[in-house]
Ligand binder design. Structure first.
Ligand SMILES: C[S@@+](CC[C@H](N)C(=O)[O-])C[C@H]1O[C@@H](n2cnc3c(N)ncnc32)[C@H](O)[C@@H]1O
Length: 256
C-alpha cells in the first residue's frame, strides 16, 4: 500500500516536467542546494519570523469548501500545508526546483495530506493550467527570480477566476532608518558570515539575499507592484508590512 502511494506521488511530479525549460534557472541552482535543510534554516535566519509571516498570509484567505488554490513557489510545501490546515479545499503547489518539491512531498506525506495537496514542477512564468482555473492564487518570494515581473503577474492573474483572490509574500526593506541600518548589517555582513559553517549552498544564499532584495525593491517598490496588480485586473490592492517592512504581504480580488 505504502509503495503504491509513493509511485503515485512520484508520477505526479514527473508528469509535469515538460513544462520546465531545459536551461536551469538561478532559482533551481540556489534551492536545489539547500532543499533538505530549507525549513530549519529559513526559520533560524529570519529569527523565527518565517512561519509567522506565512500564517499572516494564509489568514488573509477566505476560501469556501471545495475551492481550488494554486500555491506558486511552494518549495517544501509549507504554505500549501498551512492552507490545508486552515481551510477546506484542494491545493496545487508548483515550483521549479525538483529537490524542494521532493522535500515538500515528504512533508505532505507525513501529514497524510496527499489527497488534498498535489505538487507539480513548473515555472510561474508559464503556468501549465487553463485560464480562470483557481479560486485563489498565492505566491511567495517569487518576483526576485523572474525577468519580467509584469508578465509573471499577468500569468498568475490569468489562471485566477474572476472574484478569486491573489496573495503574495515577499521580502522588503524597512523604512525606519534605525531598522534599515540593522537590516543592512544583517543582510550584508552577518548572514553571509553566519552561513559559512552551515553549508556551501546556504552560504551562497546568505551572500545572494541582501543584494537581491535591495536590487528588486529599488526596481519594483510596493507602489509599482500594486500598479501592476491593478493593470492585471485586481483593482483594490491591500498591503501589510510585517516586522517594520522586512516582509510585505499583498492581497486583492480579481474583478468579475
Ligand atoms: C524562498 S523559497 C519559498 C518556499 C515556500 N513558498 C516557503 O514560503 O517556504 C522560493 C521558492 O521559489 C521557487 N522559485 C523561484 N523562481 C521560480 C519560478 N520562476 N517558478 C517557480 N518556482 C520558482 C524556488 O525554487 C523556491 O522553492
Amino acid at each position: 500500500m505504502k509503495t503504491k502511494k509513493r509511485e503515485h506521488r512520484s508520477a505526479s511530479l514527473a508528469e509535469s516536467q515538460p513544462a520546465v525549460p531545459v536551461r536551469r534557472t538561478l532559482a533551481q541552482d540556489l534551492f536545489d542546494g539547500i532543499a533538505p535543510s530549507y525549513d530549519t534554516w529559513a526559520q533560524v535566519l529570519t529569527f523565527f519570523q518565517y512561519l509567522r509571516w506565512r500564517e499572516f498570509l494564509v489568514s488573509r484567505m477566505d476560501l469556501r469548501p471545495g475551492n481550488l488554490v494554486l500555491d506558486v513557489c511552494t518549495g517544501t510545501a509549507g504554505v500549501a500545508l498551512e492552507i490545508a490546515d486552515h481551510h477546506d479545499g484542494q491545493i496545487v503547489g508548483l515550483d521549479v526546483s525538483h529537490l524542494m518539491l521532493e522535500a515538500g512531498l515528504r512533508a505532505v506525506e507525513k501529514q497524510s495530506l496527499d489527497g488534498r495537496v498535489q505538487l507539480v514542477q513548473g515555472r510561474a512564468e508559464h503556468l501549465p493550467f487553463p485560464d480562470e482555473t483557481f479560486d485563489a492564487v498565492v505566491f511567495t518570494y517569487l518576483l526576485r527570480y523572474v525577468q519580467d515581473p509584469d508578465a509573471t503577474i499577468r500569468e498568475l492573474s490569468r489562471v485566477l477566476k474572476p472574484g478569486g483572490k491573489l496573495l503574495s509574500l515577499e521580502f522588503g526593506i524597512p523604512e525606519a532608518l534605525w531598522m534599515r541600518a540593522i537590516w543592512e548589517l544583517y543582510n550584508r555582513v552577518v548572514m553571509p558570515v553566519m552561513t559559512i559553517p552551515v553549508s556551501r549552498g546556504w552560504h551562497r544564499v546568505g551572500c545572494f539575499l541582501g543584494p537581491s532584495i535591495s536590487g528588486f525593491c529599488h526596481r519594483c517598490p510596493v507602489e509599482r507592484l500594486a500598479a501592476i496588480w491593478r493593470e492585471n485586473g485586481i483593482p483594490l490592492v491591500e498591503t501589510r508590512r510585517l516586522l517594520h517592512g522586512v516582509a510585505i504581504v499583498m492581497w486583492g480580488t480579481k474583478q468579475r
